[in-house]
Ligand binder design. Sequence first.
Ligand SMILES: [Cu+2]
Length: 181
Amino acid sequence: MTKKILLSIMALAIMTAVMACDSKNKASGAQKKPSGPPAEKKAETLKPLMIVKPWIRLRPPGMKVTGGFVKLENPNNSPVKLISAESDICEATELHEMIHEKNVMKMKKVDSIEVPANGTMDLKPGGYHLMFINLKKPLKADQKVTVKFSYEKGLSQTVTFNVKNNLMKKPAHKMKMDHGK
Ligand SMILES: [Cu+2]
């Protein structure tokens, strides 16, 4: 007898649940009707940049700072700004540029590096570069270093750099260096 009552209560409960669910579906179905403009903004969707020959300079042991270089090619119809780089190999990774001041080459931290629309930006010795500061341990030749690039508008990509002992045999041009004398 109690079992029968229990069963009928259960049946009622299931029916109620089904009905509730049904009315819920109907309600959400009504809400899904298109209203208002589409949320997508096509202009904000950036394609990742082409990464050409990323490398980090191998420096003598004991040197805690080194530079990273890469050519960035922008396939987008708008300029893209690199705003930060992050890596596990060091305490801080900065964006730098070399500036010529009173016949001396100096490095300066910059907030961003812009890659022109459908153009390229060459991060190279003597120009814009990445600076890896306070290396946690010495780098080795041919080591692969993962660096996360973040751009404006939420674009980011992971770049694998190759550590190279780049001995510049033939400098393209002579730079005036101040040796203090
Ligand atoms: Cu630098």
